[in-house]
Write a protein that binds this ligand. Structure first.
Ligand SMILES: Cc1cc2nc3c(=O)[nH]c(=O)nc-3n(C[C@H](O)[C@H](O)[C@H](O)COP(=O)(O)O)c2cc1C
Length: 329
């Protein structure tokens, strides 16, 4: 099998979405795409309990831990833990524009502090041997000059970072919510392509607004990889096409029913440990998108009145609802 970049295709880190249950589900759909945790603050890991924030299912690798934070010694301590826990990569978030994150002096506002991020990268690289990567935007606020992002990448490359995941939009630090900051600042893919031209030996994965395999293929003409966020979450069945299309590998042999059945077995184990069933089920609500009866099926799996039922009973009721829909009841 041809050797592809480990960053050729990945599912984006998404707070409240890409938790370990979601990643377990995604891994049933693609064996080769890289998965990312939600952003986890270094302070939470160091003071709130590594076990709580770092544990994951053995099936999830290749897996990256995304950190929020800016203090080099904290980033380094978390990188060391990431390696001990079995992550393949540790990534610094330099793209989140939320006000809370700005108050904590991390996320997108770090793009204005390349020297500090470079110190963080150096400290992390000294503390671990797994990949240290950075996810960032292409600029801050309304400044669309190329020089700041070029110099940001240059400074981090000098510190030893060789992999950059670039959300191809500016982050507007004032006046937009995080959600608006994922839609309103215009996408400028050519900036990421230019970074690849200027730093050909570095790895660049492009992110933002990619929805179809054709769009991903087009981007792979210019950069080393693509990262998919919302489309992957809302339309997870797309992930079943990725291994064959992008990695020349065998696609998953599971059909939708088998994926659901596997998730129910997983839920049974997790519920026994005290995890609420809907906490897991919410991530697979898009599984049947585009298939007849999907809405009726989804309504059952998202119904709070059923939250105390055993997962297998909800499963049967969801399947029955879809069948009833198909037969027009
Ligand atoms: C609900 C949600 C939560 C997100 N949380 C994070 C996060 O924790 N870390 C991060 O780097 N980006 C986060 N993002 C941004 C995504 O990683 C990605 O950069 C963005 O959605 C653009 O890609 P897309 O158009 O493919 O969704 C989040 C996005 C969404 C929709």
């Amino acid at each position: 099998m041809k050797k592809y970049s480990p960053w050729r295709l990945s599912v984006a880190p998404m707070l409240d979405w890409t938790d370990r249950h979601c990643r377990y589900f995604h891994r049933l759909l693609t064996q080769h795409a890289r998965l990312y945790t939600e952003m986890i603050h270094t302070g939470a890991i160091l003071h709130g309990g590594a076990e709580r924030f770092l544990r994951f299912n053995a099936e999830e690798n290749p897996l990256a831990l995304q950190l929020g934070g800016s203090t080099p010694s904290d980033l380094a301590a978390c990188a060391k833990l990431a390696q001990q826990w079995g992550y393949d990569e540790v990534n610094i978030n330099c793209g989140c524009p939320s006000e809370r994150v700005q108050r904590g002096s991390f996320g997108a506002c770090l793009m204005a502090e390349p020297a500090l991020v470079a110190d963080g990268v150096k400290a992390m690289r000294d503390a671990c041997t797994i990949d240290v990567t950075v996810k960032h935007r292409i600029g801050l606020d309304k400044n669309e000059d190329y020089a700041p992002v070029r110099d940001f990448v240059g400074a981090l490359a000098q510190a030893g970072c060789s992999v950059f995941i670039v959300h191809a939009r500016n982050a507007w630090l004032k006046g937009l919510s995080p959600k608006e900051n994922r839609d309103i600042p215009p996408l400028r893919y050519h900036v990421v392509h230019q970074l690849k031209k200027d730093f050909p030996s570095l790895t660049f994965a492009i992110n933002g607004g990619l929805q179809t395999n054709a769009q991903i293929q087009e981007q792979l003409q210019h950069v080393d990889g693509a990262m998919i966020g919302r489309q992957a979450y809302h339309t997870p069945w797309d992930l079943t096409t990725w291994d064959e299309t992008f990695f020349d590998a065998k696609p998953s042999a599971l059909d939708r029913d088998e994926v659901e059945e596997t998730m129910v077995c997983y839920m049974e184990k997790e519920v026994a440990k005290g995890v609420p069933v809907l906490t897991i089920a919410k991530h697979m609500l898009g599984l049947r998108n585009g298939v007849s009866g999907a809405r009726a099926w989804r309504q059952v799996w998202s119904d709070h009145k059923r939250k105390e039922l055993p997962p297998r009973m909800i499963y049967q009721q969801a399947q029955e609802a879809a069948v009833r829909y198909r037969f027009g009841e």
